[in-house]
Ligand binder design. Structure first.
Ligand code: AMP
Length: 334
């Protein structure tokens, strides 16, 4: 077998920095130090690795450690500490197959478990089992979701968000034709109130915004013209919302949850939570068809209002106006 680099160093065929030497052991500076002090303590006898040690080598190996101790003391690293290690064969990282011990010192060397081997990579069977678990979880979630009346839509529905034009709003502000009056005349005063408006509570809008009751001015308020527009959904702002409520019969729906509705709502509103719109179809079918439908929720994107409007639309209701300011804006305008 070819002689190793250390045999040649011991034979002085290759130069090295010798730190210690006796008949059995030599200690040299490592040519590529891994620490401020990196010495190699090498038994001169040819022993390939720890794995080829024999009983007869026991004393020699014991002496190696005594040499290490003395060298550490000599270099002033004994008190701070040092490491004496030997690598064995391929997985041990041995590159020179002549038994030797590394003496490392001069800085904190870290704990041995800080270089723990990385976790074994997931096997294909583990991946398969993990995939099955995820699939099962998705299926269960789908089943529970479909059984839940407040089910979450799988895909966020994009609703038609069309702003009502002024003519679309005016159409529902016009009073019914009065004999002798010009067709399409714009009313000079608010038209008939609604049954919702008459149920106004302490959260009623300002007097100027609230439709007056039929008992207050019955003779001055002819009914507005109502022309059904099945499937028509339009978004409106505060002003149009108030005007439509003042103009004639309307059906007002609060699409927020029951708790929020209980805390406060626009007078006259009925509560149909947007998240349950499908399960409220029987109630929705009871909604009057001879008037505009006004819907609001918290305001903003108006998802809940659009959910309700979508169901109403399916059953041919319309026109439907969504007040985009919602409860949030209404409170600031009261
Ligand atoms: P190991 O990888 O445990 O077998 O250690 C072998 C060590 O020998 C390495 O740290 C090398 O840097 C060191 N080494 C290799 N050649 C020389 C040399 N000519 N003089 C001193 N150290 C050497």
């Amino acid at each position: 077998m070819e002689r190793t680099i250390f045999e040649r160093i011991i034979a002085r065929e290759i130069p090295s920095t010798i730190e210690y030497e006796d008949d059995e052991i030599i200690a040299i500076r490592d040519i590529a130090p891994s620490a401020p002090l990196h010495l190699l303590i090498i038994p001169k006898r040819v022993i390939r690795s720890v794995d080829t040690l024999e009983q007869a080598d026991a004393e020699l190996v014991g002496r190696v450690f005594l040499v290490a101790r003395d060298l550490a003391r000599k270099h002033g690293v004994a008190e701070d500490g040092y490491r004496v290690v030997t690598n064995c064969n391929d997985h041990g990282g041995q590159t020179v197959f002549h038994l030797h011990f590394h003496l490392l010192a001069g800085q904190p060397l870290g704990r041995m478990n800080s270089q723990a081997p990385t976790a074994p990579k997931a096997s294909s069977s583990m991946l398969f089992e993990g995939g099955l678990l995820v699939l099962a979880a998705i299926c269960m979630a789908a089943v529970f979701n479909s059984m839940n009346p407040k089910q979450i839509p799988w895909v966020k529905k994009e609703y038609e968000r069309t702003q009502a034009t002024s003519s679309e709003i005016e159409r529902y502000l016009a009073p019914a034709p009065v004999p002798g009056a010009a067709q399409g005349a714009v009313p000079s005063m608010p038209t008939a109130p609604t049954e919702q408006a008459t149920s106004a509570t302490s959260t009623s809008p300002k007097p100027s915004e609230t439709p007056a009751t039929a008992a207050e001015k019955p003779a001055e308020r002819p009914k507005s013209t109502f022309v059904a527009e099945p499937g028509m959904v339009r978004e409106i702002g505060y002003e149009a919302f108030v005007r439509l409520m003042s103009a004639g019969p309307f059906h007002l729906i609060d699409a927020r949850g029951a708790e929020k509705f209980a805390e406060g709502h626009i007078p006259g509103a009925v509560n149909i939570y947007g998240g349950e719109a499908q399960s409220r179809i029987p109630d929705i079918l009871q909604s009057p068809r001879d008037r505009v439908i006004l819907i609001y929720c918290d305001g903003g994107e108006c998802e809940l209002s659009h959910h309700v409007a979508d169901v109403l639309k399916q059953f041919g209701f319309g026109p439907i106006f969504i007040y985009t300011g919602g409860w949030a804006e209404w409170q600031t305008k009261r």
